[in-house]
Design a protein around this ligand. Structure first.
Ligand code: PMP
Length: 396
């Protein structure tokens, strides 16, 4: 039977640099001790106070269908949070609660792209981006950022790619690069969006993990609230990846259509999960800081380790739970380096190539194991890279 192109073309096909990840997973299931620095999952579980709130809510009976747009409490809590952070007036009707940030990304594109429209995104990118845009029926068009610009996108490049586009997807703090977009970058992006009449889909799921500078939501910039859809999530800020709870914040009209979409797709998010999320968001910033603290610490450890050598370069590690390392001095691409590292030292990292072509010659290291093992793994990566860089050239 024929399947739709929409589903068969969701992923690009090919390995996309994910082979090393699956190989590491196979090694682990075969009993090898692999140091896994691949995906963005905390090494702590959801805090017990949040679980207690979840348990209490479920036992009080919040196990039936919840309101499709989200509970009033959680929508109000998210609205107040966004308003406090951005100064932009935000009410319940600007908020849709979604099963995680991923479904919010899909819904946001579904809301603004018609089949065949072009949706822009920036390379390097979070793995699902092109498939999410294609899944919504649009044509995904990548714009490469460069390590030369510390992966900050340039307005002129976006402008040059904007012909025929209806939306631009950005992510700050950024996965995979760890870069936080500067005010100048965001003002440039906003200017292009206004002039080219683009929707801006702003993925801010790492907004509580900022190590340098500050997170600026483009929704705060002049005339941007009316064309920006902010995607947020409990996954990273509160170590609630498995709870699947996120949101879209945007103009009321868009949210009202998105509620219709939710009625016909997800039918909302479980009430006890939403109550746990409301509890967590109202628990204050100390809990968020506690969850972010290990990454902040490990990032500092990494900066010191990397300072002591000059083979491996560190892309400015300003936010999120990853480091992007430049290993071009070894003469290997990211995929070959990651495979060799796995074979030689049983350390698994993601090749930059898994996130598009702009991060070729880089590897992404997730800071998701305890400090001591993390520092040891990073030192090993540096020594391994230095040995590779210093190996005698083979005569051809
Ligand atoms: N955006 C980015 C940049 C991510 O890294 C992730 C998860 N790794 C998501 C969105 C989706 O997160 P979730 O669906 O768990 O909220």
């Amino acid at each position: 039977m024929k399947l739709s192109q929409r589903i068969t073309h969701l992923t690009g096909g090919g390995s996309d640099g994910w082979d090393v990840f699956y190989r590491a997973r196979r090694m682990i299931s075969d009993g090898y001790a692999v140091t896994e620095l691949t995906i963005g999952e905390h090494d702590v579980r959801t805090d017990s106070a949040i679980l207690e709130a979840m348990d209490l809510s479920a036992r009080q009976g919040h196990t039936g269908y919840a309101m499709v747009p989200g509970t009033d409490l959680l929508r109000d809590t998210v609205a107040a949070r966004l308003q406090a952070r951005t100064g932009v007036p935000t009410i319940r009707h600007n908020v849709l609660i979604t099963p995680g940030g991923q479904s919010a990304l899909f819904a946001a594109h579904f809301a603004v792209c018609d089949p065949g429209d072009v949706g822009l995104y920036l390379d390097p990118y979070y793995a699902t981006y092109p498939g999410t845009i294609r899944g919504a029926g649009a044509v995904a068009r990548a714009i490469e950022t460069t390590s030369k610009d510390a992966f900050q996108p340039r307005a002129e490049q976006i402008d040059a790619a904007a012909e025929g586009a209806v939306s631009l997807l950005i992510n700050t703090p950024n996965n995979p690069t760890g870069v936080v977009y500067s005010r100048r970058t965001l003002e440039g992006i906003a200017e292009v969006c206004r002039r080219r009449d683009l929707w801006l889909i702003s993925d801010e799921v790492y907004d509580t993990q900022v190590w340098e500078g500050s997170h600026i939501s483009p929704r705060t910039l002049p005339e941007m609230a009316e064309r920006t859809l902010v995607v947020g999530s409990m996954s990273k800020s509160h170590a609630m990846t498995g709870s699947r709870c996120g949101w879209i914040v945007g103009p009321e009209e868009v949210i009202s259509h998105l509620i219709n979409l939710a009625t016909h797709t997800t039918y909302g998010v479980p009430g006890f999960i939403q109550d746990a999320a409301s509890f967590a968001l109202n628990a204050g910033s100390a809990l968020e800081e506690q969850i972010a603290a290990p990454f902040r610490r490990r990032r500092e450890l990494a900066v010191d380790i990397l300072k002591a050598q000059n083979t491996v370069g560190l892309v400015p590690a300003q936010g999120a739970m990853y480091l992007m390392l430049d290993i071009r001095a070894t003469g290997l691409g990211g995929e070959d380096f990651a495979n060799a590292l796995l074979d030689t030292h049983a350390i698994a990292v993601m090749p930059g190539e898994s996130f598009g072509s702009a991060a070729a010659g880089h590897i992404r290291v997730a800071m998701t194991i305890d400090d001591e093992r993390f520092a040891a793994a990073l030192s090993t990566i540096c020594e391994f890279a230095t040995d590779l860089a210093n190996r005698p050239a083979v005569a051809s």
